[in-house]
Design a protein around this ligand. Structure first.
Ligand SMILES: [Zn+2]
Ligand SMILES: [Zn+2]
Length: 163
């Protein structure tokens, strides 16, 4: 007799370990799409701001929640996972903290204030920070940008003189 996969009712997921051997498990497919750096583990698969991971035809999960459940355990009912690193596509459970939605909203509003460095790792100290359009910017990054521009301008000038 041929034993096909059970046609599962909605919400039913097969217990781990009893997948037919030939199939690649969701876990395996998941980790292939994660780029682990020494800090954040970035989801490189599809989806929007947080990404999306299809477990089967009926079940799609947010990657960071999936990773947390795999490595830590079930997320307590009603709680959301806050990204302590502020990278919405990071799935490193060490960077995730289960909190209430209310707390999450409160934190989201103060993200700009709690960030301690820019995306390139320069500290947001008083002297390294300027504000533009209501947001915080990094002076070191700006200086580097300006240096790059002026180097390019110099190179252009030199090439004109040389020709
Ligand atoms: Zn992270
Ligand atoms: Zn910077």
């Amino acid at each position: 007799m041929h034993l096909g996969l059970p046609t599962s009712p909605e919400g039913f997921s097969m217990p781990r370990g009893i997948h037919p051997r030939k199939r690649v498990s969701p876990e395996e497919r998941f980790w292939v799409k994660v780029n682990k750096t020494h800090t954040c583990w970035f989801w490189t698969g599809g989806g929007g701001r947080y990404g999306a991971f299809r477990i089967d035809t009926e079940l799609t999960k947010v990657p960071h929640r999936f990773a947390y459940e795999l490595l830590i355990g079930p997320i307590p009912e009603g709680l959301v996972l806050d990204h302590l690193c502020h990278n919405t596509r990071c799935v490193n459970p060490k960077h995730l903290q289960p909190i209430t939605q209310a707390e999450n909203n409160k934190r989201a509003n103060s993200v700009a204030k709690t960030m301690i460095h820019c995306k390139r790792g320069h500290p947001y100290t008083l002297f390294n920070t300027y504000f533009k359009d209501g947001r915080r910017h990094c002076r070191l990054c700006r200086a580097e940008r300006q240096r790059r521009y002026s180097q390019e301008a110099l190179a252009r000038t030199l090439s004109l003189i040389g020709s």
